[in-house]
Design a protein around this ligand. Structure first.
Ligand code: TMP
Length: 206
């Protein structure tokens, strides 16, 4: 049995990752692959419990270091209990966010060193990286319009941070993509879901 492929979708809030994940899973299943879809933080009961702590807007929350450790702990459980077993069975794993979200948010957004976030990932998840990371990019003005329609003014603790924070996150994602062009595929997320989906497939087929 060959090992399955591991694909992460990344990008800021409101770029359409969940819709694209669903369309990509349908396309891969139609090609005969076993597909597991999942998300971060979350994907296992333990990681979903950590997600609730991290994103619930009540309480005073966590400083950047505690936050980074919690994301890394959630990822460790997710990798051990869901991602690695699925890949070993030969399934494809599609995840809505993964390590690069920690590098972009806790690193680019909150200022932690990238080397420290990679060190946490080495400890927690033995450094497992996706075979391909699809970065969905969308103009911030279009994102704002989509989020206003989707969230009706309610966003989670991290999604609700200011525009400067999210601009640093977006710049960090772009920097990772240009530093690792073999792992990343950057896809323009503007337009109808089916049009974006066609771009995602073309980027992965390439
Ligand atoms: P979402 O995936 O539903 O958008 O919510 C997850 C939020 O958590 C989003 O604001 C990005 C943030 N996040 C981090 O800050 N670091 C991480 O490592 C991950 C996976 C998510």
């Amino acid at each position: 049995m060959t090992r399955g492929r591991f694909i992460a979708l990344e990008g800021g809030e409101g770029v359409g990752k969940s819709t694209q994940l669903r369309l990509l899973a349908e396309a891969l299943r139609a090609r005969g692959h076993g597909v597991v879809t999942t998300r971060e933080p979350g994907g296992t009961p333990g990681a979903e419990a950590i997600r609730a702590m991290l994103l619930d807007p009540a309480g005073e929350g966590w400083g950047p270091r505690a936050e980074a450790l919690l994301f890394a702990a959630a990822r460790a459980d997710h990798v051990d209990r869901l991602i690695r077993p699925a890949l070993e069975r030969g399934d494809w794993v599609l995840t809505d966010r993964y390590l690069d979200s920690s590098r972009a948010y806790q690193g680019g957004g909150s200022g932690l060193a990238d080397a420290d976030l990679l060190a946490l990932h080495a400890i927690g998840s033995q450094g497992l990286l996706p075979d391909r990371t699809v970065l969905l990019e969308l103009d911030p003005a279009l994102v704002a319009a989509r989020l206003a329609a989707r969230d009706q003014g309610l966003s989670d603790r991290i999604g609700g941070r200011d525009a400067a924070y999210h601009a640093r996150v977006a710049a960090a994602f772009r920097g990772f993509a240009s530093a690792e062009p073999d792992r990343f595929a950057v896809v323009d997320a503007d337009g109808a879901p089916e049009a974006v989906h066609a771009r995602v497939l073309a980027a992965l087929d390439a």
